[in-house]
Design a protein around this ligand. Structure first.
Ligand code: HEC
Ligand code: HEC
Length: 291
């Protein structure tokens, strides 16, 4: 009789086969290089809002956490269980007794939320154990997201537009240098540092052997903790199989103390086979106490 591990190993081969197939199709890119200079000529508030949406969904990686599926962060541009879109609920944040930032206008609240997220932590969304005093959100003007002040203004314009409130940010006065689209895929990355950056692992995890630039994200478990699986992972899976499964099907085993639906479920479609192998090998070695 087949063991569970064998069955899982088989289903992983199927998943692996699919991603090999999709990755083997050469990537056709109609897009120009990602660094673009958006000219001021003809820049209207409408096009500034559109730029903001592109940054929000692309370089800013905002929907990675702010989405309805995992709901690990409040919704920003749609109404829902968190109330109206964030630009419309900003005044109520400023009036909240727990607010201790320096903003006095809704626009300033939005900017402050992006660059010093702990100034106000939405109830129930703080880092575990901090009593909602520390935000798990990174400063988006630094680290691997690194939005410029103009890019942050564009994102604010987009959030205000989505909420149907007045757009209060000024149009930029100099040509905007911005990454309009996500960086072009130049092929498989070759080291774990680049991988953790490309797939944003380091926005949620401390990744062993990777320069975290002083950040200690904890939306997901510290991957140094994988050492505890060195002698046997959950479901009696061999370490590498467990790691592979954790990456391509994150909801199959939900690490203790964490919620399902937080980690993106589509790495099997987005990663190349060599990249998945690289991630598994790198994490496995770290867990086994090697490099
Ligand atoms: C790694 C996860 C993560 C990413 C990426 C992220 N956020 Fe957040 N954000 C959160 C969490 C969690 C909260 C709730 C805790 C808090 O109030 O800081 C939050 C709160 C906010 C708030 C305040 C919401 C409110 O209801 O008052 C704003 C505004 C915001 N984020 C904007 C953004 C924007 C814009 C981006 C992209 C440029 C972004 N965030 C990227 C996790 C994230
Ligand atoms: C948006 C946040 C987020 C991103 C991005 C993310 N993860 Fe996760 N990850 C989580 C959360 C939350 C868990 C715990 C819940 C679960 O097991 O699904 C987790 C679990 C894991 C686990 C299992 C840990 C354990 O203790 O069992 C591994 C391995 C892992 N992630 C690797 C990665 C890698 C590699 C990447 C990048 C390719 C990545 N993650 C990207 C949030 C994230």
């Amino acid at each position: 009789m087949k063991t569970l591990a064998q069955i899982l190993a088989f289903s992983l081969m199927v998943v692996g086969g699919y991603s090999w197939f999709s990755n083997s199709i050469p990537q056709l890119r109609a897009e120009p290089p990602s660094e673009e200079s958006v000219s001021l000529e003809g820049m209207t508030m409408e096009s500034f809002v559109a730029l903001g949406q592109t940054i929000f969904e692309g370089k800013g990686t905002c929907p990675l956490c702010h989405n309805a599926v995992g709901h690990r962060a409040p919704l920003l541009v749609e109404a829902g269980s968190d109330g109206p879109p964030v630009a419309a609920r900003a005044p109520s944040r400023l009036a909240d007794g727990r607010y201790h930032g320096t903003a006095s206008k809704p626009e300033e609240y939005l900017r402050e939320s992006m660059v010093s997220p702990s100034a106000f932590v939405v109830e129930g969304f703080g880092k575990p154990g901090t009593g909602d005093s520390v935000s798990p959100m990174p400063d988006v003007s630094a680290g691997s997201i690194k939005l410029s002040p103009v890019e942050i203004d564009a994102v604010i314009a987009y959030m205000q537009s989505a909420a149907g409130v007045d757009i209060t940010v000024p149009l930029p006065t100099e040509a905007v240098e911005t990454a309009e689209s996500a960086p072009a895929d130049e092929g498989a990355v070759k080291d774990m540092g680049a991988l953790a950056e490309k797939y944003e692992c380091k926005l949620c995890h401390i990744v062993p052997g990777v320069d975290m630039a002083g950040e200690a994200p904890d939306m997901g478990p510290d991957l140094n903790g994988l050492k505890r699986y060195a002698k046997g992972a959950p479901d009696k899976l061999p370490l590498r199989e467990y790691l592979r499964l954790s990456i391509v099907e994150p909801n199959r085993h939900v690490a203790q103390g964490f919620e399902p639906d937080t980690m993106p479920p589509d790495f099997a479609d987005r990663m190349r086979v060599s990249e998945l192998d690289l991630a598994v090998e790198s994490l496995a070695r770290a867990a086994e106490g090697g490099k």
